[in-house]
Design a protein around this ligand. Structure first.
Ligand code: ADP
Length: 363
């Protein structure tokens, strides 16, 4: 059987454990040797105890846990060829030539670079006498399948990323909690959610929590947004509503590209309407807690598909990303998705936006 390794890299997200479990078990089922690489690329560069064989039971009892049991890290060394050379030597030591990378677009970009460089890394190790001719021959290529783990749903080429659904649950729970206290005190709450470049979480959370207003990077509000916001809030109060919820994405901007922060929104409301207004920045709470059923299933399905993809790859095959498209697992070229993700913002569903406006009114 082939040898493969799985690692998680970049920001963690709920459902990564489910994906790790699925990769391990599908790999074992197909007769492969499966390794964990702990601490992402750092573990690959450092080697030693960071690369350990997995068995069926090491992934028991992890599907319900948040985060990633094999650790994730950011790694400077892997950005340099010298670091990748060390990583290559460590993988060759165990004859690992199949990788499942679970991470965001940075991690997947790194994987692509590694794959492109691999033959030259092997040649260099051979010329330095660090590996045998036989090993260089047997391990001349590396196959890579990527899975996108990200709470932001910010990756082009997949309908959803692993962790988004759970983050959304956390946001909704938090807004519901804030709601109760806001009702009691007639407060306005400005809730900041994650999403530097992608407003998906903010928009769908606003839709699902009956927020009055929502600020996202994709659709900056009109230049007189302060006026529109206050008119809207004033109107809802005058019809008897006791609370207001405003959702702001981390990366929200105005039409000139300047940041709109939760604190700015609060100040506008306080100054103009004199409402008791509070900001809540949800931060890492959004990454916490147990993964939802959806993210567990997504991890299971994507992990298994990644292993099948690796089994079918030839040395010429380009790395792929396993995506969900129309509720089916599909394989798409990794570089195409990374390039699109870096060049354009992921297309938001404008129908969700229109629906949010219609159901709650944004004027
Ligand atoms: P994410 O995968 O969540 O987007 P990062 O962008 O921080 O997170 O990337 C995670 C890690 O992937 C980095 O710490 C680095 O080790 C590796 N990486 C990212 N971009 C590159 C790159 N262009 N070349 C090589 N490695 C990279």
């Amino acid at each position: 059987g082939r040898s493969m390794a799985v690692f998680t890299s970049g920001g963690d997200s709920q459902g990564m454990n489910s994906a790790v479990r699925s990769v391990v078990r599908m790999g074992l089922y197909l007769g492969c040797k499966v390794y964990f690489i702990y601490e992402g690329y750092q573990g690959m560069v450092d080697g030693g105890d960071n690369i350990r064989e997995a068995d069926w039971n090491t992934v028991s009892d992890i599907i319900q846990r948040g985060g990633t049991i094999i650790g994730s890290a950011r790694c400077k060394d892997f950005r340099e060829r010298e670091g990748r050379l060390k990583a290559c030597a460590n993988l060759l030591d165990k004859e690992i030539t199949n990788l499942v990378c679970i991470g965001g677009d940075g991690s997947l970009t790194g994987a692509n670079t590694f794959r492109a460089e691999w033959p030259s890394l092997v040649a260099e190790l051979l010329s330095r006498g660090q590996i045998t001719k036989e090993k260089a021959h047997n391990c001349g290529n590396i196959q890579i399948a990527g899975l996108v783990g990200s709470i932001d749903n910010d990756f082009c080429g997949t309908d959803m990323t692993i962790g988004t659904d759970t983050a959304l649950q956390r946001i909704i729970e938090a807004i519901d909690a804030v709601n109760a206290t806001a009702q009691s005190h007639q407060r306005a709450f400005v809730v900041e959610v994650m999403g530097r470049h992608c407003g998906y979480l903010a928009l769908v959370a606003a839709l699902a929590s009956e927020a009055d207003f929502c600020f996202i990077p994709e659709w900056p509000p009109p230049t007189n947004w302060q006026e529109i916001l206050c008119q809207k809030l004033h109107h809802t109060r005058s019809t008897g509503t006791r609370l207001n919820i405003i959702v702001v994405a981390e990366g929200a901007i105005d039409r000139e590209g300047k940041a709109i922060s939760a604190d700015m929104v609060r100040e506008v409301i306080k100054k103009t309407l004199h409402y008791d207004t509070r900001t809540t920045v949800l931060g890492h709470v959004q990454r916490g807690g147990m993964p939802s059923a959806f993210d567990r299933l997504l991890g299971c399905r994507m992990g298994a598909e990644a292993v099948l993809a690796l089994m079918e790859m030839t040395p010429e095959s380009e790395p792929c990303v396993v995506s969900i498209d129309g509720n089916q697992m599909v394989r798409v070229p990794l570089m195409e998705c990374v390039a699109r993700t870096q060049a354009v913002q992921k297309a938001m569903d404008s129908k969700d936006w229109e629906l949010a406006v219609k159901l709650r009114g944004r004027s």
